[in-house]
Design a protein around this ligand. Structure first.
Ligand code: BEZ
Length: 190
């Protein structure tokens, strides 16, 4: 039997978040351009030792079980840093988020570097390489091709890439992986 990527049961243990004085959630994907939960503050931040990659399969949002799309996860990359937005939230938002991110994402606590020089713990959803929905690396053209042809209940997979690339540009943030896929998708469309 294929193992289920459903992470809700594991993420139901909130003891790590409950122990935090302030709860900051790190958004590195769609959370950079769209937020559908309440928060009291937000700030641009970096996470060190990780990079953003379209290596996680999406069977439920930007693809289907038969034709999975590709969405982001964070991959360990010593010395690299990844830009994102931190949102200060309350514990109750995790009911919604754990449900939405149930396709292989586990929560972890990582250090977030704020612009004022402060480092604070933040909650991060990561699709680890051992989760059943993880697709991993592939030639960049193949990743773009899969994204181009994938659509799910949340819309076309390519829309996710374009909205993210536009949002990163607005923040003056360069991400070669995202920008190259964005470029290839536009090329395929024309
Ligand atoms: C995000 O930052 O948008 C995000 C990415 C993967 C899982 C959860 C949130």
């Amino acid at each position: 039997m294929t193992p289920s990527p459903d992470t809700r049961e594991i993420n139901a243990d909130r003891s790590d978040i409950e122990a935090l004085d302030e709860i900051w959630l790190f958004g590195y994907g769609s959370l950079i351009y769209k937020v559908d939960f309440p928060y009291t503050e937000s700030a641009p931040v970096y996470i060190t030792g990780w990079q953003r990659r379209f290596w996680q399969g999406s069977h439920d949002h930007r693809g289907t079980p038969e034709k999975p799309g590709r969405v982001l996860t964070l991959i360990e990359a010593p010395k690299q840093r990844c830009f994102g937005i931190a949102y200060r939230v309350t514990l109750d938002v995790f009911d919604h988020l754990d449900h939405r991110e149930k396709n292989g994402y586990l929560r972890s606590i990582q250090a977030l570097d704020f612009a004022d020089g402060d480092s604070r713990p933040g909650v991060v959803y990561i699709g680890q390489p051992d989760n059943p929905a993880f697709l991993g690396d592939a030639p960049i053209g193949q990743i773009a091709h899969q994204i181009f042809h994938s659509v799910g209940p949340s819309g076309p997979n390519s829309e996710y890439v374009h909205l993210l690339a536009d949002a990163l540009r607005e923040h003056d943030e360069l991400d070669e992986h995202v920008f190259e896929i964005d470029r290839l998708l536009r090329e395929m469309r024309s």
